[in-house]
Design a protein around this ligand. Structure first.
Ligand SMILES: Nc1ncnc2c1ncn2[C@@H]1O[C@H](COP(=O)(O)OP(=O)(O)OP(=O)(O)O)[C@@H](O)[C@H]1O
Ligand SMILES: [Mg+2]
Length: 251
């Protein structure tokens, strides 16, 4: 059976999509699941966070049909498809191509047999790249930062998913909403509780605490388990992987 493909999305920037793709991906690989993480953001933060700068080939060439999908091994059970800044040029090309919304699905279908999970790190927009990812995916994880106005805009995402389910991807499901960057302040606790109150069963039990080590690890080009396996960030992403494997999905 092919991989379960999961998009990590929110059109709001800086909420933890990239950090979650990398560290959830690593956590699943530590559970002996074969994982591919895919960078489909022209900012290429996921690639940089794994120490990859200016890769020889990146996802852009595969989207344009100029190269096979470049897959780089990161560690046991964990591979990455990198992006680079030129991916921003793909947006125009995809928009003007009648099949432009289905290209990622086609590309990932070819490698899906090699993995248990494929996690796609989406850009902070609901444009053609994110739509490619949503059309290619079985599941969505919506990343919600415990920050002012976090709830605003979530409805836009749910409306989009409902629209896709009508026609373009009838099997798409929300795997869960992940609350990130929580801390002990009353303010952030209230936001987390509000999100839980509004969306109840959809929200993962696990939340990701604010933890500077997550930022330090990315800056060092490493996942948090390799950087400091004992920090809160490692503990939280390991718990998230276990929750997904035991409660939401069994592979
Ligand atoms: N739980 C956390 N605790 C502390 N810092 C965090 C946490 N999660 C993410 N960060 C930091 O917050 C910043 C934004 O995170 P990240 O890049 O993962 O967000 P993003 O949603 O992918 O952003 P963009 O929308 O620009 O792609 C980064 O500097 C990251 O290191
Ligand atoms: Mg990002």
């Amino acid at each position: 059976m092919g991989a379960k493909i999961i998009s990590l999305i929110n059109h709001k920037g800086g909420v933890g999509k990239t950090t979650s793709t990398l560290n959830l991906g690593k956590a699943l690989s530590l559970e002996s699941k074969r994982v591919l993480i895919v960078d489909i953001d022209p900012q290429a933060n996921l690639s940089q966070a794994t120490g990859i700068e200016e890769p020889e080939t990146n996802i852009y060439q595969a989207i344009c049909g100029e190269a096979e999908l470049p897959v780089i091994k990161l560690s046991d059970y964990l591979d990455i498809v990198p992006a680079d800044l030129d991916l921003s040029e793909a947006e125009l090309r995809l928009q003007s191509d009648v099949n432009g919304y289905f290209i990622l699905r086609k590309i990932l279908d070819k490698v899906a047999v090699n993995y248990d999970f494929i996690l796609v790190d989406c850009p902070p927009s609901l444009g053609v790249l994110t739509l490619n990812s949503l059309i290619a995916s079985d599941y969505v994880i919506v990343i919600v930062q415990s920050e002012y106005l976090a709830v605003k805009g979530l409805q836009t995402i749910f409306n989009l998913i409902e629209k896709l389910k009508e026609n373009l991807n009838t099997d798409l499901e929300i795997l869960g909403m992940l609350i990130t960057q929580t801390n002990h302040t009353v303010f952030r606790k209230t936001i987390a509780e509000t999100v839980r109150g509004l969306y109840e069963g959809r929200v993962f039990q696990t939340t990701i605490r604010q933890n500077i080590t997550l930022a330090e690890a990315s800056a060092a080009g490493k996942d948090v388990f390799t950087f400091d396996a004992k920090c809160n960030g490692a503990e939280d992403y390991a718990a998230l992987a276990k929750e997904i494997l035991s409660e939401r999905l069994a592979v």
